[in-house]
Design a protein around this ligand. Structure first.
Ligand SMILES: [Zn+2]
Length: 146
């Protein structure tokens, strides 16, 4: 019998947010967007919290944002993550809508002491089971647009 704590959690998408997960498999980030006012949400909503509109569409965003907050994880109760400690969690304010904050791991090589609020990050993608997870990494020089 497999101990669930030895495996990293695998997303189980609902039909309603299937487009979000399908886009991640193509290394694209799509969000639920109000057709009336353009407000973004990571998850499907019954109505827009900005204008109360009820029409939405899945809309691709740049995947670029800035670090809103971060922390270093030293302990975990999920055994599958123990070999990766310490790892860094970030909350990211998206460029398109800074009030929409996404929480992921921060991938890549970096010095924790160099991390700071407002550093630019870009979406990255990590396979997990049959799905793909959204993650972020620091924007490299090649990614920074003037
Ligand atoms: Zn709206």
């Amino acid at each position: 019998m497999t101990n669930a704590l030895l495996q990293k959690p695998i997303p189980l998408p609902a039909e309603a947010d299937r487009p979000y997960w399908d886009a991640l498999k193509e290394h694209r980030l799509v969000l639920y967007r109000c057709s009336a006012c353009g407000w973004y949400s990571q998850r499907p909503k019954m109505f827009c919290q900005e204008c109360l509109g009820e029409d939405f569409e899945w809309s691709e965003v740049s995947g670029k944002g800035r670090i809103y907050g971060f922390t270093r994880v030293h302990q975990t109760w999920v055994a599958a993550f123990r070999e990766e400690t310490p790892y860094v969690l970030v909350s990211v304010a998206l460029d398109e809508q800074p009030s929409l904050v996404l929480v992921t791991n921060l991938l890549g090589e970096f010095d924790f002491d160099d991390l700071d609020i407002d550093l630019p990050v870009i979406a990255d993608f990590e396979p997990r089971g049959d799905e793909m997870l959204l993650q972020f990494r620091l924007q490299g020089d090649n990614d920074v647009q003037s």
